[in-house]
Design a protein around this ligand. Structure first.
Ligand SMILES: C[S@@+](CC[C@H](N)C(=O)[O-])C[C@H]1O[C@@H](n2cnc3c(N)ncnc32)[C@H](O)[C@@H]1O
Length: 185
């Protein structure tokens, strides 16, 4: 993420005016409330300039942990949130979390689309060991017709579903929320 990307987010215009449509953050907090899930810790993988972090704080009084690969975006995260957000690639960040035995109630990420196809299943398997739930509201070939063709390859929802299942996730009542069968707590 850089200035150009922020000014024309996903080809629609400024990030701040458009992220709610693409992020799924409001859907995430409302869904978790409606399903009456216990979420006390959140990891955001690809936090951008921190707007989604503000939503978790407003909804649940939680300041998420997480990472953001772009130093441009990371520098723009408000300080009160940035101290928990590492300037790092989420692939490295997750390995580090796992080696430190960290666990979360929820992973929120819409950055999976930036991974190589072959990386997705092993990445999700690691997520499934670290977190009870994963909110996946992301670019698919069905819901994102314009897409950001320069940066991602759009894939159908069934493609993502196969990888979530292979990684050890089971579906919930919502197709946007996956529960890890690898976590019992
Ligand atoms: C589509 S934006 C979504 C931003 C925010 N999560 C939201 O919902 O509005 C994806 C973000 O993930 C970041 N990103 C992409 N690949 C990443 C990676 N490998 N590790 C960490 N962050 C990554 C991008 O820089 C960008 O800020």
């Amino acid at each position: 993420m850089d200035a150009e990307y922020v000014e024309n987010y996903c080809g629609y215009g400024p990030y701040d005016a458009n992220y709610l449509f693409h992020s799924g953050i409001e859907h995430c907090t409302q869904l978790v409330d409606r399903m009456d899930l216990r979420v006390r810790s959140v990891a955001v993988l690809g936090a951008a300039t921190g707007r989604v972090l503000e939503h978790f704080d407003a909804a649940w009084g939680i300041r998420p942990w997480g990472c953001e690969i772009s130093s441009w975006a990371h520098q723009r995260i408000p300080g009160r949130y940035r101290r928990r957000i590492r300037r790092a690639d989420m692939r490295d960040y997750l390995k580090e979390l796992e080696s430190r035995g960290r666990e979360f109630d929820l992973i929120f990420s819409n950055a999976l689309v930036y991974l190589e196809a072959s990386e997705v299943a092993p990445f999700l398997a690691r997520c499934a060991r670290l977190s009870r739930h994963f909110h996946f509201w992301s670019s698919t070939s069905e819901n994102y017709e314009r897409g950001d063709q320069r940066r991602v390859t759009l894939r159908p929802r069934a493609w993502w579903r196969e990888r979530f299942l292979a990684a050890g996730y089971v579906p919930t009542r919502s197709r946007y929320l996956w529960r890890s069968a690898r976590r019992t707590r």
